[in-house]
Design a protein around this ligand. Structure first.
Ligand SMILES: Cc1cc2nc3c(=O)[nH]c(=O)nc-3n(C[C@H](O)[C@H](O)[C@H](O)COP(=O)(O)O)c2cc1C
Length: 353
């Protein structure tokens, strides 16, 4: 696989086009696709288009800072890489290359439990804001405890439990490729380091008691990924959770679901500033980050475009895309008349659709 430069003027859509040209069709579709009719996935993207920015002028913006603090961790920009498994299918160095690129851009990183790189490889390459994403795969809680202990010992700073995957998403694109002979799903299982053993799925009995069980066993802050309802956000707080990611798995699990941006304001109101609130799904451009911040998110996370940048340009590609997001955020803030991310608020956006 040859690596090409990812110029900083390339949009996420253009990156996707580049990745499509170089990846096998089954791998491309596995990353690009979602569940069912992909209505959730499309809704995530469309939600950002219903907002417009409203700048303030004649503000001294000679010094703009995109840095922020999440769960006590300072990051250069309010951007994380969403956990994505199987990145070894896109690049030989997989998640480790993503970690290098994210660190160079000052972004945070959430390593997937179904990654193809090891925790240690990624921790060595990542910046200070590195979290580990956990699935409760199977019913063996000893295994879960061992994975969490390893994450803590390897230097991960939070455990991000994905809670939107009680049943596996119905992914037509994957099924179509498998029906025509693709061995993609076997490849995914075989490169996974900690997660998917054949036949192993998320324990469907997973419930709030398991979150209590986990919080009694780790000193790392727990973040729940896959929250879209205010009452779940409140329960998260009651169960000792420190942060939530408003996420619908990029539309890969429940189809016909609410767009994450539409769910964000209710979650923000429910947590009353007591929890860190992140959002992922459909974040593609610096102005999307501003819209999410304006609606109360502390940070965003980005999935597919990072995978595309990896496929096209390896670690350099990821660094280039994420740096262009961070630089674009600083430029947008200057044009908006704000100098810190905390200043971005509801008065800077208008809903137009
Ligand atoms: C190829 C791929 C693999 C993923 N693997 C995981 C995973 O292992 N764990 C998880 O919590 N989410 C996983 N996700 C979902 C992402 O963390 C994230 O929620 C989603 O990609 C965000 O939407 P976006 O791609 O529109 O930015 C995966 C997404 C993709 C595209």
């Amino acid at each position: 696989m040859t690596e090409d430069a990812v110029p900083d003027w390339l949009s996420a859509d253009e990156l996707e086009g580049e990745a499509r040209r170089r990846l096998p069709a089954d791998v491309f579709d596995h990353v690009a696709g979602g569940a069912g009719d992909e209505l959730t996935q499309v809704a995530n993207l469309d939600a950002y288009l219903r907002f417009r920015l409203r700048p303030r002028v004649l503000v001294d913006v000679s010094s703009v800072s995109t840095s922020t603090v999440i769960l006590g961790m300072e990051i250069g920009c309010p951007i994380f890489v969403s956990p994505m498994g199987s990145q070894g299918l896109l690049h030989p160095r997989g998640e480790a290359a993503i970690a290098v690129g994210a660190a160079r851009a000052g972004a945070g990183l959430i390593l997937s439990m179904t990654a193809s790189s090891t925790m240690a490889e990624v921790a060595d390459a990542a910046g200070p804001a590195r979290w580990f994403q956990l699935y409760f795969l199977g019913r063996d809680r000893h295994l879960i405890e061992a994975v969490v202990n390893e994450a803590a010992a390897t230097g991960y700073k939070a455990i991000c439990v994905t809670v939107d995957s009680a049943s596996f998403g119905f992914r037509r694109r994957d099924m179509r490729h498998v029906a025509s002979g693709s061995t993609l799903l076997e490849s995914i299982r075989s490169i996974s380091r900690y997660g998917i053993q054949p036949g192993s799925v998320v324990d469907p009995s997973l419930n709030w008691k398991d979150i209590e069980w986990l919080s009694a066993r780790t000193r790392l802050p727990i973040v729940l990924k896959g929250i879209t309802a205010a009452d779940d956000a409140r329960k998260a707080h009651e169960h000792g959770v420190r942060g939530v990611i408003v996420s619908n798995h990029g539309g890969r699990q429940l189809d016909h679901g609410i767009a994450t941006l539409d769910a964000l304001p209710d979650v923000v109101a429910a947590v009353e500033g007591k929890l860190a609130v992140l959002i992922d799904g459909g974040v593609r451009r610096p102005t999307d980050v501003v819209i999410a911040l304006a609606l109360g998110a502390d940070a965003v996370a980005i999935g597919r475009p990072v995978a595309w940048a990896l496929a096209v340009g390896g670690a350099d590609g990821v660094a280039s895309y994420l740096t262009s997001m961070a630089d674009g955020l600083a430029r947008t803030m200057a044009l908006l008349g704000v100098t810190t991310t905390a200043e971005v608020g509801a008065a800077h956006i208008a809903r137009v659709g």
